[in-house]
Ligand binder design. Structure first.
Ligand SMILES: O=P(O)(O)OC[C@H]1O[C@H](OP(=O)(O)OP(=O)(O)O)[C@H](O)[C@@H]1O
Ligand SMILES: Nc1ncnc2[nH]cnc12
Length: 201
């Protein structure tokens, strides 16, 4: 299903939706789903995941179409499909670190890390980690923030993947990749369950 269209990593705007019917295309554009950023097959699982994500207009402020993954988490099949697609993308690639972005990257990251037999490294909001940290500031769709990681959690020979639920402006993932890149030998990829089509989704 879905015509097997494939999106290159980190390039959600190139997902080919043209072969889909208008109604289905609109639904998928609004909630864009899954694995667009991961490059996984645009298959039936993706459509099922898309259908479980609730879109709430004007939250947390006017103009934002909030992509609510909590409704996906209520559906074990869709949640499992999301994890499976991430794992399929990175199995046998020598990944040693899954770095999860607080807070929603913590929902997906640990399960993916266990499935890949990789370390899970939390990238946290400021002043949450008790040890020595390195930090990175970044801009959000609605505000600014800072992200911190424990020094030593990622080592020079690690191969890391950053996991989060959603890419909007991309600022969060860029900051995460910069943090990881200070330590890991390779941080070539990042994943998100939803890729928004520009600011405001
Ligand atoms: O691509 P960007 O424009 O950077 O936005 C995406 C980020 O925004 C959301 O997190 P948020 O900062 O709202 O924190 P939360 O997970 O704690 O709600 C989302 O979970 C991503 O981490
Ligand atoms: N449109 C959006 N929906 C959900 N979370 C977000 N974080 C940043 N933009 C978002």
């Amino acid at each position: 299903a879905g015509g097997g269209a494939r999106a290159p990593a980190g390039s959600s705007s190139t997902v080919r939706l043209g072969s889909l019917g208008g109604k289905r295309r609109r639904r998928l554009r609004g909630a864009v789903v899954a694995m667009a950023a991961a490059g996984a097959d645009f298959d039936a699982r993706v459509a099922r995941i898309a259908s479980t994500i609730r879109v709430i207009p004007d939250f947390p402020k006017p103009g934002i179409m909030f992509q609510d993954i909590t409704t996906m988490l209520l559906n074990p099949e869709a949640f499992r499909d999301t994890i499976d697609l991430f794992v399929e993308r990175y199995k046998d690639k020598g990944i040693t670190v899954i770095a999860g972005v607080e807070a929603r990257g913590f929902i997906f990251g640990p399960t993916i890390a266990l499935a890949l037999n990789a370390k899970f490294v939390p990238l946290r909001k400021p002043k949450k980690l008790p040890g020595e940290v390195i930090s990175e500031e970044y801009s959000l769709e609605y505000g600014t923030d800072k992200m911190e990681m424990h020094v030593g959690a990622v080592e020079p020979n690690d191969r890391a993947v950053v996991v989060d639920d959603l890419i909007a402006t991309g600022g969060t993932l860029c900051a995460a990749v910069k943090l990881i890149a200070t330590s890991a030998a390779w941080s070539g990829s990042s994943l998100a369950a939803i890729a928004c089509w520009g600011r405001g989704c």
